[in-house]
Ligand binder design. Structure first.
Ligand SMILES: Cc1cc2nc3c(=O)[nH]c(=O)nc-3n(C[C@H](O)[C@H](O)[C@H](O)COP(=O)(O)O)c2cc1C
Length: 200
């Protein structure tokens, strides 16, 4: 397990414990987390909700203008059972993670996330990274707007999935985008961040 570059994820559940309506009713931004590990199953479920394949060959849980999918999900893993801490990229088609770095970069994310409480002690942090070259050739300037709209869809999926799993998350837009994009092992712009952890 240790130092493996590819982390296979367990299949996601397609049936939840609580109804969509109850999940919507309960959804809240939650910023304080217990220092307890998430399971690999919870990690899998969160990533599937964000970008999982729901119809072969490419269609995903979140909509995407022209099905061009300009957003990649990276995960800073801090405290997940049976997964080494580190910085990973989620590959939807394979439903697996590729390890990019054994540093989770949690301190950098916390610092350049303006030391917000929600970034202090999460079990993991999802980061949406935009590759505009996938979308602007077709949509020109509108491609930028479409990418941000898509980030909102992904974010809401993560919010609802966390709520249904009894986990906490919050959408974070306040951070130094230039610094994070430069200091993290990503090739493109970090456009949205969501820390996730167990609730008190
Ligand atoms: C685009 C966007 C950026 C946000 N950025 C932050 C942030 O940087 N830090 C934070 O604690 N909450 C952030 N939030 C969460 C809002 O504060 C939260 O949604 C709002 O207070 C309403 O609460 P609710 O989500 O529980 O309904 C952001 C929300 C959105 C949609």
């Amino acid at each position: 397990m240790a130092n493996e570059k590819i982390i296979k994820l367990p299949q996601a559940n397609f049936k939840g414990g609580i109804s969509l309506e109850e999940t919507l009713q309960k959804r809240r931004s939650r910023r304080r987390y217990r220092s307890e590990a998430l399971s690999k199953k919870e990690l899998s479920q969160i990533l599937w909700s964000a970008q999982g394949i729901t119809k072969e060959p490419i269609f995903r849980t979140a909509p995407s203008a022209g099905a061009l999918y300009p957003i990649d999900i990276y995960v800073s893993i801090i405290n997940v059972k049976d997964v080494d801490s580190g910085f990973y990229l989620y590959i939807p088609v394979e439903h697996h993670l590729i390890k990019i770095d054994s540093n989770s970069y949690k301190d950098i994310i916390y610092y350049f996330g303006y030391r917000q409480e929600c970034l202090k002690n999460p079990a993991l942090i999802t980061l949406m990274v935009a590759d505009y070259t996938k979308i602007t050739p077709r949509y020109d300037e509108r491609g930028y707007r479409y990418t941000f709209m898509e980030a909102g869809h992904i974010s809401q999926n993560i919010y609802l999935q966390c709520e249904s799993l009894g986990l906490g998350t919050v959408a974070v837009g306040a951070y130094d985008e230039e610094k994070l994009t430069k200091l993290l092992p990503v090739k493109n712009d970090v456009i949205y961040i969501m820390p996730i952890g167990k609730l008190f």
